[in-house]
Design a protein around this ligand. Structure first.
Ligand code: BGC
Length: 772
């Protein structure tokens, strides 16, 4: 008996020692008690470089996702699973093939961020990203590292194609729609790169020096809108410094502003690197170090042991990680199929893309009528660029080109020209690959120099074809900014010559020339835009690009995109061009050298004068204004009605009528001029917008935009408050920032203000240019 009791006691004791809680939705307090210090530190550090490396995993490792950017680490004894995070933003980025299986894992190449913003159609963006989020979930990924929503401070930032706009409201609203769509699938996003990551040159070290007003009104505003409106699961802190300190180590940014002021409830993860100040990052409220390196775990453990990290801070970050983990499909044991409906998504992308294409010029040639055969010039016509390079490059199954697009629309493509290009393109690609330097050719499609084509050949072909299309291509991406040089910002001599020759020859034959811009960012257009008969800005609109462009040119679909940024006359017209890397090539890795302007630090001396805020206020001519875009029809705006209620909420209404002879959709842009209230302000700023539904000729729609008083506020550095001035306001209803169709006035009787923390200040105020 005694012996039996002893055995029983021993068994019970073992159970007591080994009984571990397993993570559940509602036992996070218990888990916090069960986790050791090392385990807690482990949860704050990702699975490591190459944790998802190619090849090392086979199809049978079904919980893993080869090609994903990273993971969080599991703690198996407590039932805490690993979770998987993968890039974005133009679709999910994972490896398309795996060892040991013939199955493929391609993802849809969606329109890039700039195209999404060019639609000005938030429900459409949400629909696209709902499909994108479905791929995230069905391929077993928990968080999409997207959207990218840094502001287009300067058109030459190499990653602008991933980002939305030069305007924080358009950027924030588009981002919020994007987030809602992805997250409606029960997976998360990571809005990035927080914050002021406006250039690629020396991106790991560069210090963005910005006065607080510009920082709050422009560079933080889009994030603020997305956080408040869409509740992203995660935020990615950027690589760069902001006013002296790394963003990922700034408590004032990641806790005071993001959480205390905006109410963010998710986790913050670093961008992909290993910076020394891990302890500072933890204390800042940066919960997850990605991709994660073992020495970061050691640093956290040491920091807690020597008191630099408090137990409360550690537990807070770990709690947030656990709260994140229990939301994930992986934690919930979701059985992903690895078979999203790629065909349905391709169809959706083809239908949606025309809404992001911007018709810049049209002398009546578009949509094309009674044409049978096209002469298709430019490498992009056959090797269409779907998206930019770098981590934003999606492994899609195919990219549709213009030749396919025209054929799908029943138009013959001249076979001789096609054959020439199809021989030239692979040859030139190999040549480029063999001579590639640095990141120029990283993960994606490089731009090929055009081949020389003689006038005699063009003349011969002009006689055999009904019209010509010239596609001009540019590409850019992570790791390098674009260059204010020929072949990037401006056309090459060869492109100019080809454009002129094509125009001369086709015009002499009584035929037309259409230019398609297959580009990721703004280029110079003022010097040549009068040469062709039409210009369609296709951007880099995803895998169905060639079909969607041809659909639009042939009138199967109509373009209804508008520019989310300004196209200036000249690069040096842009205020930030004086404080942006100028054709800089080099990594800037030598930390001991004397700081180099625009490389080691960048003064945002233009302050709030970014994009149309500058051009419209200074009255400076532009090539194409912010918000500009033609359609195949015209719209008239009726008499606007603007009302303001007691709380200061403004309701702006106008009726838009299709006055042309084709169907179309109109984007109504609502700009507001505010009384100065003691601050210098832009002549007007975008405060709301809406896109009509499809309107047939003669049809009308009454659209309404509401604007709350906080949205009308400007930031006053002296009082550290958002302030909405009392006085007379003007609402401008615009078809672009330079095409105001009607205005209406309202008055706010009382000023309102929203004080915020006096944080994020530069060491010295940045000396700003004066515009007004
Ligand atoms: C990029 C991020 C990306 C991450 C993971 C970084 O270099 O800046 O945008 O999400 O890599 O691939």
């Amino acid at each position: 008996m005694k012996k039996t009791l002893l055995i029983l006691a021993a068994v019970l004791c073992t159970v007591c020692v080994t009984a571990q809680p397993k993570l559940q939705r509602d036992n996070i307090d218990e888990l916090l008690k069960a986790l050791t210090l090392e385990e807690k530190a482990t949860l704050l550090v990702g699975g490591g470089w190459g944790s998802m490396a190619i090849g090392s995993m086979t199809a049978s490792s079904e919980r893993l996702v080869p090609g994903a950017a990273g993971t969080t680490r599991p703690i198996s004894r407590l039932g805490i699973p690993m979770t998987v995070v993968a890039d974005g933003p133009a679709g999910l980025r994972i490896n398309p093939t795996r060892q040991g299986t013939d199955m493929t894992f391609y993802c849809t190449g969606f329109p890039v961020g700039t195209v999404m913003a060019s639609t000005w159609n938030l429900p459409l963006v949400e629909k696209l990203t709902t499909a994108m989020g479905n791929e995230v979930k069905e391929y077993g990924v928990d968080v999409l590292l997207a959207p990218g929503q840094n502001l287009h401070r300067n058109p030459l930032c190499g990653r602008n194609f991933e980002y939305f706009s030069e305007d924080p409201l358009l950027s924030g609203k588009t981002s919020a729609a994007y987030v809602r769509g992805v997250q409606s699938n029960g997976v998360g996003v990571s809005i990035k790169h927080f914050a002021a990551n406006s250039q690629e040159v020396n991106r790991l070290q560069n210090d963005s020096r910005i006065n607080v007003r510009a920082l709050r009104e422009l560079y933080l505003k889009g994030f603020e809108i997305a956080v408040k409106e869409a509740d992203p699961w995660t935020v990615m802190s950027s690589y760069n410094r902001l006013n002296g300190a790394f963003t990922q180590q700034r408590r004032d940014l990641l806790t005071t502003v993001l959480r205390d002021e905006w109410g963010f409830g998710g986790i913050v993860m670093t961008d992909w690197g290993n910076k020394e100040g891990t302890v500072d990052a933890v204390n800042a409220g940066n919960d997850l170090m990605e991709p994660g390196v073992d020495n970061e775990i050691e640093r956290i453990v040491a920091g807690v042991k020597d008191g630099r990290i408090s137990q409360e801070q550690l537990d807070l970050n770990v709690r947030r990680m656990l709260e994140y983990i229990v939301r994930t499909p992986r934690f919930q044991g979701y059985k992903f199929s690895n078979k999203p409906d790629l065909q349905a998504h391709a169809k959706l992308v083809r239908e949606a893309t025309p809404e992001g294409l911007v018709l810049l010029e049209n002398n009546g040639v578009l949509p094309l009528k009674e044409v049978k055969k096209v002469a298709l010039y430019g490498t992009g016509s056959y090797d269409f660029i779907a998206g930019g390079t770098g981590s934003g490059n999606v492994n899609k199954a195919y990219v549709r080109n213009l030749a396919e697009g025209f054929k799908a629309n029943g138009i013959d493509v001249d076979a001789d020209i096609q054959r020439w290009y199809e021989q030239y393109i692979p040859f030139k690609k190999t040549d480029l690959k063999n001579n590639a330097i640095g990141t120029d050719i990283l993960l994606g499609n490089p731009v090929l120099p055009e081949m020389e084509i003689s006038r005699g050949f063009i003349e011969k072909k002009a006689a055999e074809t009904d019209f010509a299309v010239l596609t001009i291509s540019r590409n850019a991406g992570e790791g390098a900014d674009r260059r204010a040089a020929d072949g990037d910002w401006t056309l090459t001599g060869q492109e100019r010559q080809m454009l002129q020759t094509l125009a001369d020859v086709y015009h002499a034959a009584g035929k037309k020339l259409v230019v398609v811009l297959n580009i990721g960012g703004v280029i110079e257009t003022a010097s040549w835009k009068q040469i062709p008969d039409a210009i369609l800005l296709a951007w880099t609109p995803g895998q169905e690009g060639g079909l969607a462009v041809a659909d639009v040119l042939c009138g199967e679909a109509y373009p209804s995109g508008k520019l989310p940024m300004t196209f200036p006359v000249s690069y040096l017209d842009i205020p930030s061009s004086y404080n942006f890397p100028f054709n800089y090539r080099g990594a800037g890795r030598d930390r001991n050298r004397t700081a180099v302007k625009d490389v080691d630090y960048t003064n945002y001396a233009e302050g709030i004068w970014v994009g149309y805020r500058y051009f419209a206020t200074a009255g400076k001519p532009v090539s194409y204004p912010f918000g500009y875009g033609l359609g195949y029809t015209t719209f008239a705006y009726g008499k606007p009605v603007v009302k303001v209620d007691k709380s200061g909420k403004v309701t702006a209404t106008v009726t838009v009528t299709n006055t042309g002879s084709a169907a179309g959709k109109e984007v109504v842009e609502v700009y507001v001029t505010a009384p100065d209230g003691g601050l210098v302000k832009p002549v007007y700023e975008l405060k709301g917008f809406v896109k009509t539904k499809e309107l047939k000729p003669g049809a009308s729609e009454t659209v309404t935009v509401t604007i709350d008083p906080y949205t009308l506020a400007s930031f006053n550095e002296a009082t550290s408050a958002w302030e909405t001035a009392a006085g007379n306001y003007t609402v401008h209803f615009g078809a672009s920032a330079a095409d105001i169709r009607c205005t209406a006035a309202f008055k706010l009787a009382k000023p309102q203000s929203w004080p915020v923390h006096k944080v994020l200040l530069p060491a010295e105020p940045v000396k700003e240019i004066v515009v007004k």
